[in-house]
Design a protein around this ligand. Structure first.
Ligand SMILES: CC(=O)[C@@H](O)[C@H](O)COP(=O)(O)O
Ligand SMILES: NCC(=O)COP(=O)(O)O
Length: 243
């Protein structure tokens, strides 16, 4: 069954807006686990506008589910943070400095040497590595060649096109996911997944290992409550019907 990793960046964004500790990020992470999350994802950025490096150090010993740290490994501070906190998984994302949010995957061919070297650092420390890629079979082949354990498919394009034409929206993702399976890569997905588009994605690619979801899930929680929302997302991943 596909795991749900709850991205708590937006909880930190809300907390930081007033400078205090409300909402309490640690409590919300632990509550997310109690409410059924299979993991917690954070994506620290150098300006610490949401998750702070200090949060990551505090979270690690307290979490009981899978901890996934996403970020830009071109920053030495990110590499140090990951090696010092030793999460279950690190997801390498080719962010550029000052980027609003992640908006593209790795070019795994152009950056082959860099990725090989960086992935080997994390793997030597016993940390599973996933790399963020666009749904392009060539990029998936490139990912296998650099030695990553998993890929994370960047799903913003799927989410954007889903309301108009679900079949067309999912097609490149199924192709990329099949390539990943053929090459023996684990498979994650994330970005803009929500209660409307998650079940279809999950049913079309049932071998998906994990989704990480933050923005929509935290927005839904404002209306539906945090516990209920996590359960609703889990249900989308569990539901199987003849489409
Ligand atoms: C890697 C990725 O897909 C992003 O979705 C990111 O982790 C989300 O975090 P932000 O919403 O803070 O950009
Ligand atoms: N890796 C994607 C992620 O962690 C959350 O993305 P989003 O749901 O906030 O768009």
């Amino acid at each position: 069954m596909t795991k749900l990793s709850v991205n708590i960046n937006k909880v930190a964004t809300l907390r930081n807006s007033r400078g205090g500790n409300n909402p309490n990020l640690i409590k919300m992470a632990l509550d997310a686990e109690n409410f059924g999350a299979d993991g917690i994802t954070v994506h620290p950025r150098p300006d610490e506008r949401h998750i702070r490096y200090k949060d990551v150090y505090e979270l690690k010993p307290l979490l009981t589910t899978e901890f996934n740290i996403e970020g830009n490994s071109r920053e030495q501070t990110f590499i140090d943070l990951v090696l010092e906190t030793a999460p279950h998984q690190v997801t390498l994302v080719p962010d550029v400095t000052g980027q609003l949010t992640s908006d593209h995957g790795w070019d795994t061919i152009q950056h082959q040497e860099y990725l090989k070297a960086t992935i080997s650092i994390f793997k030597a420390a016993g940390i599973r590595v996933s790399i963020f890629v666009d749904p392009d079979p060539r990029m998936v082949e490139g990912a296998a060649a650099v030695g990553t354990d998993r890929i994370e498919l960047y799903t913003e394009g799927y989410a954007r096109n889903f309301p108009r034409n679900p079949e067309a929206a999912i097609a490149p993702y199924v192709e990329a996911a099949e390539k990943a399976r053929e090459l023996g890569l684990g498979l994650n997905a994330g970005h803009d997944l929500d209660l409307n588009n998650l079940n279809y994605f999950s049913q079309q690619i049932p071998w998906l290992d994990e989704v990480s979801i933050g923005h929509a899930l935290i927005c839904d929680a404002l209306y539906l409550g945090f516990e209920n929302t996590i359960q609703l997302y889990k249900r989308q991943l569990a539901m199987r019907s003849s489409l």
